[in-house]
Design a protein around this ligand. Sequence first.
Ligand SMILES: O=C(O)[C@]1(O)C[C@H](CCCOc2ccccc2)[C@@H](O)[C@H](O)C1
Length: 150
Amino acid sequence: MAKRILLINGVNLNLLGTREPELYGSTTLPMVVDAAQKQCDAASVHLETMQSNHEGVIVDRLHDARGNIDAIVINPGAFTHTSVALRDALLGVEIPFIEVHITNIHKREAFRHHSYLSDKAEAVICGLGTFGYTAAIEFAIKNIKPKTKA
Ligand SMILES: O=C(O)[C@]1(O)C[C@H](CCCOc2ccccc2)[C@@H](O)[C@H](O)C1
């Protein structure tokens, strides 16, 4: 079975490209998803995507990924800095994940400097703008071995 990647965008990322372009750029979330889909199509990799403003919805989607997703690329949004639940879910499903942030969270307010996820991530990409998603997907395609049954 082809490698299967899940791209998750968290709270408020549905606003990407429509507000605060000076901070997050003008690329919209549908454009990010479309680019990731093209990247995966070119590599014959299956991509699933979701965005939610609700922590529990993301947790439920992570639970559903058990046994059928090989790698996760996640920008949790502000849940990065608040959610032990998201950390527990990622640890619980035991799927390798890459954490992505559009901005350099370490160059922003102090409360954004801590992530509940980074110490468990295969990789953390921040400050590259939406190219961070491209880099993360490429890393997942090239470096994460499929575990899902054939
Ligand atoms: O830099 C990132 O990708 C963040 O995950 C974005 C989050 C914010 C996501 C909201 O994105 C918006 C985009 C456009 C307009 C308003 C919010 C922020 O809370 C994190 O600290 C860093």
